[in-house]
Design a protein around this ligand. Structure first.
Ligand SMILES: [Zn+2]
Length: 341
């Protein structure tokens, strides 16, 4: 199976550098729709914003669903401080100490953007005794705007208000050694896997065994991405990041197959079949249990989806912080998905 590495890497980097915290995903979904149309598919959207790409298979009596999410963690202005800095609230479960010192962009509701830096509110060792020790929690963080702002009123005059999204620079890089490092690989790598597979099918005129509906969801990070009705979908495969760390066997080079997460065990037969396929196709793979994790597939089941669910994805190191993965993890995930579908 030959996948178009250049296509996948460029698409992933394009998505990664398009800010898309949960609730602010229109720009990235426009890009996803464009990528779909370039491959000859139409991406429909439901009212909530989920994208659907339908692919006809040889057998249309049932469909397999495959989901990945474009929404990411993010920040939002909670209040403007008297000094004109911006107090913050988090969108999703960002690892807050890692955002200390990060460059960011504030998006006002009237379409203006301003650059700034996320800092702890004891940001200088020459001034604050607790500069090193102050806990980097959201209540202690703020945005220093790159504008002449000396008061709350000054910030308001720029059009900034509570509720404005604050998007962090993702610092996206693909290295010659095959690593992809960036914030929010979770889950733009998963979306890359879906498009890489669609491109492979297109280039090689492959038609899947059964109909496939690809779901590009936009509310995963806050827990209600994959909800709704699932037509004739009998199985749902989530493509999302695999965990890496002590007690886990997955790496950045593997497709991770999650047997169980905080939402409970995934479907026994479907998971077993994915493991068999990984083995038979000599893929680099790992079967793991993710402790502090849940997925859109669990959301689909919890909200009444009558389907069998499984979860696979490339291993991502330092998740919800400064993440890194490797193209081989993406490739093994594309191969497993292609083999199954
Ligand atoms: Zn995710």
């Amino acid at each position: 199976m030959e996948f178009d590495k250049q296509y996948v890497l460029q698409l992933v980097q394009n998505l990664l550098t398009t800010h898309s915290p949960t609730g602010f995903t229109d720009a990235v979904m426009e890009k996803a729709a464009l990528y779909a149309s370039q491959l000859g598919y139409h991406m429909e959207r439901d009212r909530k914003g989920t994208g659907f790409i339908r692919v006809k298979g040889w057998d249309s009596s049932e469909a397999v669903g495959v989901c990945a999410h474009t929404d990411t963690l993010g920040l939002m202005v909670a209040a403007i401080n008297p000094s004109g800095t911006l107090g913050l609230t988090n969108v999703g479960g960002m690892l807050i100490p890692t955002v200390d010192g990060e460059y960011c962009t504030v998006f006002t509701r009237d379409g203006r953007t301003y650059s700034g830096t996320v800092l702890c509110n004891s940001p200088s060792v020459h001034v604050y005794e607790d500069a090193r020790s102050k806990e980097r929690k959201i209540e202690n963080m703020e945005v220093r705007l790159d504008e002449v702002v000396k008061s709350k009123e000054d910030a308001e005059k720029l059009g900034i208000s509570a509720g404005d999204f604050v998007c962090i620079d993702t610092k996206t890089q693909a290295t010659p050694s095959g690593f992809i490092k960036s914030r929010f690989l979770d889950d733009k790598l998963g979306v890359g896997v879906i498009f890489g597979l669609l491109k492979y099918w297109k280039d090689n005129r492959v038609k899947p065994r059964r109909d496939v509906i690809f779901y590009i969801t936009v509310f995963e990070e806050i827990g209600y991405g994959m909800t709704g009705t699932f037509d004739y979908v009998t199985e749902m495969i989530g493509v999302d990041m695999g965990c890496i760390g002590p007690g886990l066997s997955g790496t950045e080079y593997d497709v991770c197959i999650c047997a169980k997460d905080a939402g409970g065990p995934y479907d026994y037969r479907l998971t077993t079949e994915l493991i068999r396929l990984a083995k038979d196709n000599k893929l680099d793979y790992a079967v793991d249990v993710f402790k502090f994790y849940s997925s859109d597939v669990t959301t689909a089941l919890r909200t009444g989806g009558d389907l069998r669910g499984a979860l696979i994805g490339p291993g991502v190191h330092a998740s919800h912080g400064m993440e890194r993965s490797h193209y081989n993890g993406v490739l093994n995930t594309m191969r497993l998905l292609a083999a199954y579908l």
